[in-house]
Design a protein around this ligand. Structure first.
Ligand code: F6P
Length: 366
């Protein structure tokens, strides 16, 4: 007989491995028998909407989803219980806090525990809901690898793999045409995807958000490479990179309820900066964009996602609420939500991989 209900929510950007977490929770709960797992459609919006949009997640429903990209529950990085967008009479938008109403509704729906799978924005919501008495557990998710409280998150290695394959492809064009090929990758304000793809793909120059670049030094490095031996250069630039003294490259379109600044376009900015600085070589740019987030998770991410899902449900059983699942090699453990959100995980000058990258001559524009 079903006695308890656990709600799964996927919030923020989609990420390879989300479905593997959902499946793992459901399969682990099936072993326990007395729990029913339900999912809210489009993060917490499924609970907040009228009529409510929740689905029962049984083993049949999650069968074979571990290798599928995206999330069967859908997701959003807009709105949410603390900032629900509402249109004013004059056509402008504002946000309202609907968290109390949502918690009442969850009580009415008989939800005993919540597993919130998401990045820093989603875990901020977890923390606030926990402070209001919700039995919530966070599962970290980000392709950006920008959370300090866990050694890794699922989705990140898949993104690195996709970015590396893009570098591999661009190297052949750069070499054939004697060009400068610039690849823009995601990562928000953390340069991990760019740094890993540059090392794995053999790029000559890598520009990261953490270290604003000097365009003259980037140009010097480009020219040196052309003069030295091979007449081509591959640059991997993180979307959050910028020249010294310049602002981030922000996309202008605004979406209602979207609170993050949308980074993008820095590859083209760099191309123009290089030309203005006097670069004589032919330059082409590629923005990899959402290709990094879509599709099949690599095996590593499926395994980590499965471990996170099982651990999350075991934390529900143990009543370990207000905490986030965390991978601290070799253990899958947990940290308080407070600790989980303390500071972002950024590339530091003395990060081991930075030393490796510099060791093989990758230039960082500094
Ligand atoms: O946080 C993941 C991420 O893919 C970032 O790397 C990127 O800046 C952002 O999300 C893009 O978000 P959206 O899909 O909302 O444009």
């Amino acid at each position: 007989m079903i006695m308890k209900r656990c709600l799964i929510v996927t919030g923020g950007g989609d990420c390879p491995g989300l479905n593997a977490v959902i499946r793992a929770v459901v399969k682990r709960a099936a072993v326990q028998k007395e729990w029913e797992i339900v999912g809210s459609i489009e993060a917490f919006n499924g609970i907040l909407r009228e009529p409510t949009e929740i689905v029962i997640l049984d083993e049949h429903m999650v069968s074979g989803i571990h290798y599928r990209g995206g999330t069967i529950l859908k997701t959003t990085n807009k709105g949410g219980p603390f900032a629900w967008p509402v249109k004013n009479n004059d056509g402008t938008w504002t946000t309202v806090d609907r968290s109390d109403e949502m918690l009442r509704k969850m009580q009415y729906l008989g939800i005993d525990a919540v597993i919130n799978i998401g990045g820093d924005g989603s875990q901020q919501i977890s923390k606030k809901l926990f402070e209001k008495g919700c039995n919530i557990i966070g599962v970290p998710k980000t392709i950006d690898n920008d959370l300090t409280a866990t050694d890794s998150t699922f989705g990140y290695q898949t993104a690195v793999q996709i970015a590396t394959e893009a570098v591999d492809k661009l190297v052949t064009t750069a070499a054939s045409h004697n060009r400068v090929l610039i690849l823009e990758v995601m990562g928000r304000y953390a340069g991990w995807i760019a740094l890993n793809a540059a090392v794995a793909g053999g790029a000559e120059i890598c520009l990261l958000p953490e270290f604003p670049y000097d365009i003259n030094k980037v140009l010097e490095s480009v020219n040196e490479r052309f003069e030295r031996d091979q007449g081509f250069v591959n640059i991997v630039i993180s979307e959050g990179a910028r020249a010294v003294g310049k602002d981030y490259s922000i996309l202008s379109e605004q979406e209602i309820g979207y609170e993050n600044r949308r980074l993008g376009g820095v590859a083209n900015v760099l191309m123009h900066e290089l030309k203005e600085a006097g670069c004589q070589h032919s330059i082409r740019t590629t923005v990899l964009g959402h290709l990094q987030r879509g599709g099949i998770p690599i095996a590593y991410d499926r395994v980590l996602a499965t471990q996170f899902g099982v651990k999350a449900f075991e934390m529900v059983l143990a009543g370990e609420f207000g905490r986030m699942v965390s991978y601290q090699h070799p253990e899958i453990t947990s940290v308080s939500l407070e600790e989980a959100l303390q500071k972002p995980n950024l590339v530091e000058p003395d990060t081991a991989l930075m030393k490796t990258a510099r060791g093989i001559g990758i230039h960082f524009g500094d």
